[in-house]
Design a protein around this ligand. Structure first.
Ligand code: PLP
Length: 382
């Protein structure tokens, strides 16, 4: 019997790298992980305590499809605290990670055949989900000449469009849209009647400009968010979206039918995590130290063409001058010195073979050791 054509999407290649790294770890036991896009820390203590209380006291059945009211209200308050924005809790929908939120957003906003722009490089799963849903992905190449962010001119050239997906800070580039850039982007989307989907999952992990919320400039934007990154809760599978009033009904119906509700225990833990900034900001301080280590090491290795790493925990680097395909380079780094790095192919279908993504979310000791091994490898390669 047949499998659907729509499921014939690209794999998420980083998972393959993770498999090879796990194999090497079993056989040699020396792997340092600069491939994984997740915090190396567990959920914050206040999240674990809230989960423990819920285990004892709550039935932990299905919740409302849009999430428990206390969490929705607390998330709404976060927008007042972080961005000075008044968001009504009725616009907040708790989701199964940003991944679940993004799928709801795409289903609620677009039909098959609609054209939606996203950056290249950009987050692979988003492109693949839109492919599976028959939404036409319109890639917009960003690089050093555009400050690694998409420009209004590029959007104008790509018209007609029905929507735009942006992530700031971005995966894989770590770049942040400045306030002014977001304002212009939002203004363009409104004037051209495009739905703006703003992935703000790395908010909280920034080293300069904190990153503006799209809702500051576009009330019709859909914000996709998650507890996975800043709150260090990837495995709890909980996130949220903020949707305009007229999309709430569609998103609620989709959530009810797609997965009923996000995991109850994770929602309770998520509520606790929203009071844990002191613990979480210590992680961000470590990411900053790690970023500086990676940047000076890359410079020592002669890898100079990198996107400005202003947020998230990634460095996107052009390794084209080495004259070796990035997948092969990453294979050699893993085989020769036990350092796992992600080749660019997931994120960029055209120039991925000359880029790699370093993730620096592990301990500083691991990052130091990884940099030293890579520097030794590069001194032999040169
Ligand atoms: C830009 C971006 N959006 C969404 C996700 C998915 O996150 P979640 O764990 O919340 O589903 C990731 C995960 O790496 C990401 O980097």
């Amino acid at each position: 019997m047949k499998a659907s054509n729509r499921s014939g999407i690209s794999p998420f290649y980083v998972m393959e790298v993770m498999k090879s790294a796990a194999m090497r770890q079993l056989q040699v036991g020396d792997v340092l992980h600069l491939e994984v896009g997740q915090p190396s820390t567990p959920a914050p203590r206040l999240a674990l305590e809230a989960a423990a209380v819920a285990l004892e006291s709550d039935r932990l059945g299905y919740t409302e499809a849009v999430g428990i009211p206390a969490l929705r209200s607390r998330i709404a308050r976060l927008y007042a605290q972080r961005h000075g924005l008044e968001i009504d809790p009725s616009r907040v929908v708790v989701t199964v990670g940003a991944s679940g939120g993004f799928t709801l957003a795409i289903l609620a906003c677009f039909d098959a055949g609609d054209r939606v722009a996203m950056t290249e490089p950009g987050y692979a799963a988003y492109r693949n989900i839109m492919d599976a849903l028959g939404v036409e992905v319109v890639p917009i190449t960003v690089g050093p000449d555009t400050g690694f962010n998409l420009s209004i001119e590029q959007l104008e050239e790509s018209m007609p469009l029905d929507g735009v997906v942006v992530a700031s800070p971005s995966n894989p580039t770590g770049t942040v849209l400045a306030d002014d850039e977001m304002r212009r982007l939002a203004g363009f989307c409104q004037s051209a009647d495009l739905r703006l989907i703003s992935d703000e999952i790395y908010h909280g992990i920034t080293f300069g400009d904190a990153g503006v919320c799209a809702l500051a400039y576009d009330d019709e934007a859909v914000v996709v968010q998650s507890f996975s990154k800043y709150q260090s809760m990837t495995g709890w599978r909980v996130g949220w979206t903020v949707v305009p009033d007229n999309l709430f009904g569609p998103v609620e119906r989709l959530a009810q039918n797609l997965y009923i509700s996000a995991p109850a225990i994770s929602q309770h833990a998520a509520l606790g995590s929203l009071e844990a900034d002191a613990e979480l900001n210590a992680h961000v301080a470590r990411y900053r130290v790690n970023r500086d280590l990676v940047m000076s090491s890359l410079s020592a290795m002669g890898i100079q063409r990198v996107a400005p790493p202003d947020g998230a925990f990634y460095v996107w680097a052009d390794v084209g001058h080495l004259g070796i395909d990035s997948a092969e380079l990453c294979r050699r780094w893993l085989d020769d010195v036990g350092v796992a790095v992600t080749p660019g192919v997931d994120f960029d279908r055209t120039a991925g073979d000359r880029h790699v993504r370093f993730s620096y979310s592990e301990s500083t000791a691991d990052i130091e050791e990884a940099c030293s091994r890579l520097e030794t490898w590069m001194s032999r390669f040169a």
